[in-house]
Ligand binder design. Structure first.
Ligand SMILES: [Zn+2]
Ligand SMILES: [Zn+2]
Length: 205
């Protein structure tokens, strides 16, 4: 099996949404690479400049990842944001409105998401049994993206995927029902507030 095949198969064998999991790893790697290698890279600096930093979600993610790894540290974040602040302050001094482009990490993530969905739909025939038998389950968004792509690439798999999805969701629902039942059972067994009060009164007497 080639590298992309291994990469997809491993994601489909894991639990949770395979696309969300791959995107989370990609996001972490991208941010790690920026902090580790590219803080002073002019083209990366330029991308930060275009969006005057990152969207709030990615700005906090950048901080979280920087602080979680001693090799990365907070210096990279400080260097990037000192640069952004200098641009912003300069613009304000000149009373210019700052035009802010889209966060480049959001753009990269969207691009990666499209590429994962496209590879998955092209090769889903190879992996449909892996998906059926694993704890993986596509989230609503990625199920819909994948089925839209399968309609073009591999329409014969659509019905089977829908059935697997229903089976997996029903299994989760049964688990949730069992969880609720357990609570009901405990609630029936547990004394009511009134009974508790009576019990404590009796103790005092
Ligand atoms: Zn997902
Ligand atoms: Zn973003």
């Amino acid at each position: 099996m080639d590298l992309i095949g291994i990469y997809l198969k491993e994601a489909l064998e894991d639990s949770g949404c395979p696309v969300c999991n791959l995107l989370r790893k990609y996001e972490r790697n991208e941010i790690g690479t920026i902090l580790y290698e590219h803080v002073n890279n002019p083209s990366v600096r330029e991308q930060f400049k275009e969006s005057l930093g990152l969207c709030p979600y990615h700005a906090w993610k950048l901080k979280e990842i920087a602080y979680s790894d001693p090799l990365l540290g907070s210096l990279g974040v400080a260097v990037i944001y000192e640069h952004m602040l200098s641009i912003y302050i300069e613009n304000l001094k000149q009373d210019q409105r700052v035009e802010v482009g889209k966060c480049f990490l959001c753009e990269r993530m969207e691009e990666k998401e499209r590429s994962i969905i496209s590879s998955l739909s092209k090769r889903f025939g190879e992996f449909i049994e892996v998906y059926r038998n694993s704890e993986a389950i596509f989230c609503k968004k990625h199920y819909e993206m994948l089925t839209a792509e399968l309609k073009k690439e591999n329409p014969s798999l659509l019905e089977e995927l829908r059935e697997i999805q229903i089976m997996k969701l029903s299994e989760i629902r049964r688990g949730v029902e069992r969880f609720i039942d357990k609570f009901d059972y405990r609630a029936q067994k547990a004394p009511t507030k009134k009974r508790q009060k009576l019990f404590f009164l009796q103790l005092r007497v």
